[in-house]
Design a protein around this ligand. Structure first.
Ligand code: UGA
Length: 437
């Protein structure tokens, strides 16, 4: 099929490349000329495992352009995958989606289906369809369908090619048929629902996952107080299939471009409609506090952080991505700097973005974990990179001046610290070697 995709971020580019890999002719449109030039040369502007390879393999079916008119005019299906960032009041900013809708209305010259992948508030698809009908230049049939995206950063290609489900939100047979055809070679179960339900499925899914994380983080905090071990607790809970064993990893809170904004957007939408969604509000509040958990722990070992030598391992919001949006490191490192700490930071892919967001001469960026730890008084782990998880823990003792390890992602088992002089303080578990402080 002839497909156009608006936006080449995580959602748009991954969708475009995966559709091309299934034999469709895909034109990806972006306003950023620099990005488009990179992609024309077969270079992915985002770090996503497997994406560059898949892109290179399918270049003959992929076109990258800023020329939306040509891309949209004869496309059978146009995907919208642009960002819907958060506005200052928490609601979703639809500027980019509306901009694309305007361009579609100006450009389409044949019957087509506009498929909204961007996460948009419930009711947006209806408004977009009406808007396009009112503004379209040519007399053709344009249907709008909702097709929310469930890919996670770091596993985006896998999540798209082997999706848990494909939601087709439309009441229009022609639109449903077109989407069935687009996804013919995708093995996922396909569920056809009305547009508003499709929009709600996206928010309800993301917010439920955020809620699950905040819930388990609160249980973890309680475990610390009563002397239980959250890893044992979640292992026990996970056997219950009604609960499931995923998204129960306790830590220093969720970050990223999705959970923080989608929880706030749903909460805003509920209040706007005179409803209150108290569980989601609570999840947001718990997460905001959880991000400071390691700083609170650090106070147990040092009254102040002036001239303290701090090692930071990981700065991205999760492993497998260079994305820093809403990452706990972004609130913790500036706080430590303000208090006068000297920071050494290691991250395999996130440091360039971090330098831009937290410009400071007091941060030394290191190439290896060993170099980061050398002579430090305390270590903060913000991201569970494999390199950190596989690191020989004895080296914390041999390299650091004072081996205090605060682990915000529970990278190690407690046993690994038995018989060492390392104080190991993680989330929801007893502190190892506390009496050695
Ligand atoms: C999330 C959802 O998982 C995707 O299904 C969804 O499509 C996407 O948002 C989106 O709306 O576009 P993503 O933000 O890429 O994907 O990352 P996740 O893997 O869900 O992780 C989000 C945050 O939760 C990370 O900071 C992670 O460390 C944290 N997390 C995750 C936990 O603290 N505990 C867990 O058990 C799981």
């Amino acid at each position: 099929m002839k497909i156009a995709v608006a936006g080449t971020g995580y959602v748009g580019l991954v969708t475009g490349v995966c559709l091309a890999s299934k034999g469709h002719d895909v034109t990806c449109v972006d306003v950023d000329e620099h990005k488009v030039k990179m992609m024309q040369e077969g270079v992915s502007p985002i770090y996503e495992p497997g994406l560059s390879e898949l892109m290179k393999e399918n270049m003959e079916r992929l076109t990258f352009t800023t020329d939306y008119k040509n891309a949209y005019k004869d496309a059978e299906v146009i995907f919208i995958g642009v960002g819907t960032p958060e506005k200052s009041d928490g609601s979703a900013n639809l500027t980019f989606v509306n901009q694309v809708a305007k361009q579609i209305a100006q450009s389409v010259e044949r019957d087509c289906v506009v498929v909204v992948k961007s996460t948009v508030p419930i009711g947006t698809n209806d408004k977009l369809e009406q808007y396009i009908h009112d503004k379209q230049v040519h007399d053709v049939k344009v249907y709008v369908a909702s097709n929310p995206e469930f890919l996670a950063q770091g596993t985006a290609v896998k999540d798209t090619l082997h999706a848990s489900r494909i939601i087709i939100g439309s009441d229009e047979p022609a639109a449903i048929e077109a989407l069935q055809k687009v996804y013919r070679d995708f093995p996922a179960p396909k569920l056809v629902v009305n547009r508003k339900s499709a929009e709600m499925i996206k928010y309800a899914s993301n917010d439920f996952l955020a809620l699950k994380i905040s819930y388990i983080n609160e249980i973890a905090n309680l475990c610390e107080t009563v002397g239980a071990d959250i890893e044992e607790v979640t292992a026990g809970m996970g056997f219950d299939r009604r609960i499931g064993d995923s998204f129960l990893r306790a830590g220093i809170g969720y970050g990223g471009s999705c959970f923080p904004k989608d929880t706030k957007a749903l909460s805003w939408l509920a209040s706007f409609n005179d409803n209150e969604i108290r569980t989601v509000k609570a999840a947001i509040e718990v997460n905001d506090n959880q991000k400071f958990k390691l700083l609170k722990k650090a106070r147990k070992y040092y009254d102040d952080f002036l001239d303290l030598n701090v090692a930071v391992l990981g700065c991205t919001f999760k492993p497998g991505t260079d994305d820093l949006r809403e990452a706990p490191s972004l609130v913790n490192v500036p706080f430590l700097l303000e208090e006068g700490a000297n920071i050494k930071l290691w991250d395999p892919v996130g440091t360039n973005n971090f330098k831009r967001q937290v410009p400071s001469l007091k941060i030394r960026y290191c190439e290896t974990i060993e170099e980061t730890l050398e002579n430090c008084d305390i270590c903060f782990i913000f991201t569970e990179w494999e390199d950190v998880k596989n690191f020989n823990v004895e080296k914390y003792s041999s390299l650091m001046k004072n081996p205090v390890v605060l682990d915000g992602r529970n990278c190690y088992s407690l046993k690994q610290f038995d018989g060492t002089d390392i104080i190991y303080d993680s989330i929801g578990r007893p502190v190892v070697n506390l009496n050695k402080s």
